[in-house]
Ligand binder design. Structure first.
Ligand SMILES: O=C(O)CCC(=O)C(=O)O
Length: 275
């Protein structure tokens, strides 16, 4: 990690916004060149999946993509976003899950059918006894296609809903919850969201294919949510990237880390920072 990343540290205003609303939008997190190069790789992978028989009208949900290209690996410790992640969660973190979503035009008539509203982490929400539910993790979504208009399969959220354990939805499955909004952003925007924020994927009624990369970060004692392939990646990664990929000295170190488990902590200390 280069110290130049510290210019992108979480500001107090960003912390306040994230804590209060459950999300944070960072425009121009990726340059147009990065967006273009990442899009080439996303298109290559989508093409492979379509050739393997994936329905070209249905959203492609592809996990564990970091192994598929250096550009994806580079984003794991991206200087414009990782400092904000550790600013929110602290240093005992790793990347527990990634998924790429490509949402082609659905060809469907626009409708008001209720989307699939949820908080992340599945059974955690039923089995963890506390109110409000604990934050535990967040995702950074990098938008590669132009979602500045609604109706393009936008990511939908209910701002300020992250401390709510339930979300009232209509029984007839028509309409979205009160306060719900489509996140309308330009290519290159990164959207950080608390796992507890009520959110949903939506139908793409436009003729623009939606392309997004999601990187999930959480505490090191949380299990990974997909294969999170590390083979071949650890060898070419620096110590902080290895921590983010899930490396460590032993299992006890997930709970009670020693310095060798958490190079990020050591690096921050060297910079005179405690998070
Ligand atoms: O595709 C989307 O916009 C929603 C993604 C989502 O629900 C998730 O990451 O949990």
């Amino acid at each position: 990690m280069e110290t130049s990343c510290l210019q992108y540290s979480l500001t107090e205003e960003e912390r306040r916004h994230f804590n209060e609303t459950g999300y944070l939008i960072v425009e121009n997190a990726l340059s147009p060149e990065q967006v273009e190069a990442l899009t080439v790789e996303v298109d290559r992978i989508s093409e492979l999946k379509y050739n393997e028989g994936h329905d070209t009208k249905k959203a492609l949900f592809y996990t564990d993509f970091v192994k598929d290209h250096q550009l994806f690996l580079d984003l794991v410790t991206y200087e414009k976003t990782l400092p904000k992640v550790w600013g929110l969660l602290g240093w005992n973190i790793y990347m527990y899950h990634t998924h790429m979503i490509v949402t082609p035009p659905s060809g469907q008539e626009q409708s008001d059918r209720t989307f699939g509203w949820h908080q992340d982490s599945g059974r955690v929400n039923m089995e963890m006894e506390s109110h409000p539910r604990p934050r535990l993790s967040l995702k950074v979504a990098y938008f590669l296609s132009d979602l500045s208009e609604a109706g393009r399969g936008n990511f939908w959220i209910v701002p300020n809903s992250h401390l709510m354990d339930t979300m009232p939805l209509s029984e007839d499955k028509i309409g979205q919850p009160e306060g719900a909004i489509p996140v309308c952003v330009k290519p290159g925007t990164a959207v950080f969201f608390d796992r507890r924020l009520w959110h949903a994927a939506s139908t793409n009624w436009s003729d623009v294919t939606r392309k997004v990369l999601f990187y999930g970060y959480g505490y090191r004692w949380i299990r990974r949510k997909d294969d999170m392939t590390m083979d071949g990646l650890l060898e070419k990664s620096d110590p902080i990237a290895r921590q983010m990929l899930g490396d460590g000295l032993n299992c006890n170190g997930y709970y009670t880390p020693t310095d060798g488990d958490v190079p990020l902590k050591i690096w921050l200390e060297k910079q005179g920072l405690t998070v």
